[in-house]
Ligand binder design. Structure first.
Ligand code: MOS
Length: 742
């Protein structure tokens, strides 16, 4: 037996129960707004009822007369707050629109914050704040007069002469799709608690990026980052909405400073629609030129995305759609439409959810044109290189299709729309690919092992519901050779060693890679204690090894930097990733960057039943098969995929933030009117974890699964609805009224 560290096991994830399960089901888990502070004051926001214009007057007399009101903050007394840079790729602020006026740039912009002794007093006073506006007609979205256009600046995929290849193709498809505005609507609201101890600030706020929050809060207040402590032990849903700083945080911190008293804010559900980010509405034109055998020679994908006036936020998912299959030539572009809206932001699978919905709907339309089985069309266009000649580290797309198709019983499908009727119900079967870029970032961790076999892992990771504590513990237990229940994990605090933003599904890969590195370094020291006989002694007891070393505990701090993060592999931003990580700069690389493409894949199959008369749409059955490298924990992975596919079904049939074009305001900003799936909407849902080994993506072999599962679901539902009814709905969501025929 060798003392050298063994290669990491792949696909060996134990279905260990979650570390935080007991805390969560017993209500013991403390979310940010549960954190106790001494004698807090309570804040309530006032938001703008207009989307564009100027504040002309502020009358606070009635509000200040409410008993218990301590202070009211408006643009007139918050000038000390600094402008923080908008972070277009994570880190920084969610938006450049940070001031409380006088300029109003979107509906629901924060214009005042009341602070009082009680929540009720703050709320009552907030309703009594009188603000006068000079309102202008806003541009709400696509097609509104007065919007402006810009082009996405980053280099997008283009290869070969896609125009000529389209011209020459035997079969041509030219189609347009659209997706609506969506809001994350995490169960946990947007909350902030700020408490000062002299010049040191503590902030409790749900966060997907502890070091981003710490550094950006410092910049907002004009203080040193080492004066800011952020804690976020549990996050009650985030999905991208809690990855960057929103304007509320600086305001609450400023109020706490001025009042010399902790201040607590819990924004309301409807305020959450406008004080944070959202998934912007998109439009797509896809052109595909193919041979009669299905081989695609030309792929065009142009996207249009809505953003705010000042910020160039885009998801630009053509980077991923152009690489899903072995297209002969590709031509892509993305246009931004600047409207009178807040800046959109990351929302679960930001680039791929809208763009792969469009591509995977188009693939189904092409299959119909070719009179070809949709799975076979994917097989014909499966590839070992993308159109630019890059290879993948691993690619199990067709294995996913084969496993899911078998489980679903796809071979029994009859292709003719409406041909699988059961009484009054029209049955439709559809499928689509899921794909997500594998991201990886520089990360750090500290691991301690004691001679009695107890271990502690510390890293500023984010328990956003994904189970990071559990998988970090599993990796440590495996590498240190101790039982899982002996490993304690600390996360969610900016005093712990930094890890990247919990976004882009990188967290498990980055954190497990660095935990593995720290553990291996620790074990190397421990095993070396045997001197020349280290190898022979490696089987000795832990106590024996510690005794030889003459210590009770060993601690190791490790920094993991992915190879693709080297200066010339990506942009100049990453010249010193570790320093940047400490400064709150997101350090993610991967996906389409680097020498090889890194992607996780899946295949989703959906059965819909559409009532022939009422057009009610049901989803009785769904099967998803996914391959994403090593699965750290089959139980938490299964849960992630289930949640994601349910979300995907919701985005296909239910979800949309409806915006009134006359005033650019959301009209369904509550969980009664914003439709999401409930238990009765979801029946049979089967998840298949397809084994995949990948020793190139990162040391842990983990690809990341948090965002893979809700990619492709909407297209699979749309394709199933077509198969049931013969009606191709190209605008999400698909609701009964879109299936009514004359
Ligand atoms: Mo995710 S939308 O990258 O938090």
């Amino acid at each position: 037996m060798s003392a050298a560290a063994p290669k990491p096991k792949q696909n060996q994830g134990e279905p260990a129960p979650r570390y935080d399960a007991r805390l969560k089901v017993t209500g013991e888990a403390r979310y940010a707004s549960d954190m106790p502070v001494n004698n807090p004051a309570f804040a309530f926001l006032v938001t703008s009822p207009i989307a564009r214009g100027t504040i002309t007057s502020i009358d606070l007399n009635a509000a200040k007369a409410v008993p218990g009101v301590l202070d009211i903050f408006t643009h007139e007394n918050t000038g000390d707050l600094k402008e923080v840079k908008f972070g277009s790729s994570g880190g920084g602020a969610t938006t450049s629109i940070q001031d409380l006026g006088p300029k109003i740039q979107h509906d629901g912009q924060i214009v005042a914050m009341v602070v009082a002794d009680t929540f009720e007093a703050a709320r009552e006073a907030a309703y009594k704040v009188k603000i006068g506006y000079d309102a202008e007609a806003p541009s709400a979205s696509f097609e509104a007069p007065g919007t402006s256009e810009s082009t996405v600046k980053k280099k997008l995929p283009n290869a070969g002469d896609a125009d000529k290849a389209f011209e020459d193709a035997e079969v041509k498809l030219d189609v347009a799709y659209s997706t609506p505005t969506e809001h994350h609507n995490a169960i946990e609201l947007f909350t902030t608690t700020a408490a000062w101890d002299n010049d040191e600030l503590t902030v409790y706020e749900p966060s997907q990026f502890m070091y981003g929050a710490k550094n950006t809060i410092a910049a907002k207040l004009g203080i040193k980052p080492d004066k800011v402590h952020v804690a976020s032990h549990f996050v009650g849903g985030a999905f991208g909405s809690k990855a960057q700083l929103t304007p509320r945080t600086g305001l609450v911190a400023l109020a706490a400073k001025k009042l010399n008293r902790p201040v607590k804010l819990v924004a309301t559900r409807d305020q959450g629609f406008t004080i944070a980010t959202y998934r912007a509405e998109t439009r797509h034109v896809i052109k595909i030129g193919a041979a009669r055998d299905g081989k695609i020679a030309s792929f065009h994908h142009h996207g249009w995305e809505v953003t705010s006036r000042p910020d160039d936020y885009s998801v630009a998912g053509v980077e991923d759609s152009a690489r899903l299959y072995g297209f002969g030539t590709v031509k892509t572009g993305v246009t931004l439409i600047h409207a009178d809206r807040n800046t959109p932001g990351f929302m679960r699978s930001p680039p791929v959810v809208p763009y792969i919905y469009a591509l995977e709907s188009a693939m189904d339309e092409l299959a119909v044109k070719l009179n070809m089985d949709p799975v076979e069309l994917r097989r014909v266009n499966d590839a070992t290189k993308d159109a630019t000649g890059k290879e993948w580290t691993s690619r199990s797309l067709m294995r996913c299709y084969d496993e899911a198709a078998t489980a679903f019983g796809w071979s029994k499908r009859t292709p003719q729309p409406g041909s699988m009727r059961d009484g009054d119900w029209l049955i439709g079967w559809g499928c689509a690919s899921a794909v997500y870029p594998t991201h990886i970032g520089a990360a750090t961790a500290r691991v301690r092992l004691s001679s009695d076999g107890r271990a502690r892992v510390q890293l500023a990771a984010h328990e956003i519901g994904t189970g990071i504590m559990t998988v970090a513990a599993q990796m440590a237990a495996e590498r240190l050779g101790v039982p899982l229940d002996q490993v304690q994990v600390e996360v969610g605090d900016s005093r712990l060693p930094p890890v990247p933003v919990a976004g882009g599904s990188n967290q498990t890969a980055s954190c497990c890679s660095v935990v593995m590195k720290a553990c291996d370094a620790l074990m190397a020291k421990l095993n070396a204690a045997g001197g020349e006989n280290a190898a022979a002694n490696a089987g000795n007891s832990l106590e024996g090894k510690f005794a030889r070393l003459g210590v009770e505990t060993l601690e190791e701090y490790a920094e993991f930097v992915p190879p693709a993060a080297e200066p010339n592999a990506v942009t100049g931003l990453f010249t010193n990733p570790i320093k940047k990580l400490y400064e709150g700069v997101p350090t993610l690389v991967g996906g389409s960057t680097g020498k090889k493409l890194m992607y996780a894949y899946g295949a989703e199959f959906i059965e819909v039943r559409v009532h022939a008369l009422t057009r009610e749409i049901r989803v009785p059955r769904a099967v998803g098969a996914f391959a994403a490298g090593r699965i750290m924990n089959t139980r938490t992975a299964h849960s992630q995929y289930m949640g994601a596919m349910i979300w995907g079904i919701g985005s296909a049939l239910h979800e949309a933030s409806e915006i009134d074009p006359r005033n650019a305001r959301y009209v369904n900003d509550n969980l009664a009117d914003y439709l999401v799936p409930v238990n009765a909407d979801i029946q049979q849902l089967d998840i298949i974890l397809v084994p995949e080994e990948d020793h190139e993506v990162n040391p842990a072999g983990v690809k990341g699964i948090g965002e893979l599962g809700n990619v492709g679901t909407a297209a699979a539902v749309a394709n199933a609805v077509y198969h049931a009814t013969g009606i191709r709905v190209r605008e999400l969501p698909i609701r009964a009224e879109k299936l009514l025929t004359a």
